[in-house]
Design a protein around this ligand. Structure first.
Ligand code: NAG
Ligand code: NAG
Ligand code: NAG
Length: 194
């Protein structure tokens, strides 16, 4: 869904439910939402590693629909997002030493969840002769990343460097597709999951 379409749906919802506190809070967010707009939080925001014109890069996404207050036993009252989607064969990885993975593509469209430690993503330019990597983005423990710069989509992929002791979960989307979302802005989220 494009941002404009999302905002127009949103304004319809807001007009239709002015009494709702959630709609009221969303109505007060700026028309061009910043990462702070979802600090409350209303929605699950996360960084997505995508491919555009054959080049890998980052976007900050807000997953839709918004968070709801859970009514399920065990999580009652928790802000809940139940559209993560069915997951395929998943793996746990522990980097026992400093690991520079070099340029590579996402093996499949998937979540990468950082359990412990830290990683740094960086990106090549379109020129294969140019070894300079830019756009560095640090991943912290607790971050949920979506990666989908697979080899069919991205010529050169991305680079990742993992600190010793970092552990991750790789959870491919069984459907091959990420959840519905709105792109908040280019580049990784400054404050994911808020
Ligand atoms: C899981 O792995 C098996 C064996 O490699 C493969 O046949 C199957 O398609 C995979 N399923 C998903 C959802 O990735
Ligand atoms: C290599 O790529 C970097 C980053 O995109 C760019 O700043 C630099 O000018 C490029 N170098 C050459 C020699 O093209
Ligand atoms: C970005 O990451 C690359 C790959 O690890 C590294 O070579 C480069 O020095 C980093 N750039 C900055 C500005 O930290």
């Amino acid at each position: 869904m494009q941002l404009q379409a999302f905002l127009s749906v949103l304004s319809t919802l807001v007009l239709g439910s002015l009494a709702s506190p959630a709609a009221y809070m969303f109505a007060n967010t700026p028309t061009a939402p910043s990462d702070n707009a979802v600090l409350s939080p209303q929605s699950l925001t996360l960084t997505a590693l995508v491919s555009k014109d054959g080049l890998s890069g980052l976007e900050c996404w807000v997953l839709t629909p918004a968070l709801v207050s859970s009514t399920a036993e065990g999580t009652i009252g928790a802000l809940s997002y139940s559209n993560l989607g069915a997951l395929g064969n998943s793996s746990y990885d522990l980097f026992t030493e400093l690991t520079n993975a070099g340029l590579h593509n996402a093996p499949a469209p998937q979540y990468v969840i950082i359990l412990r430690g830290q990683g740094e993503l960086s990106f090549p330019s379109a020129d294969p002769a140019n070894v300079t990597l830019t756009g560095n983005y640090t991943l912290h423990a607790g971050d949920i990343l979506i990666v989908q710069d697979t080899a069919e989509l991205s010529f050169r992929g991305h680079n990742s460097v993992w600190q010793p002791g970092t552990s991750t979960l790789q959870l491919p989307f069984a459907s091959g597709a990420a959840p519905e979302h709105v792109v908040l802005h280019e580049g990784g989220c400054k404050r994911p999951h808020m």
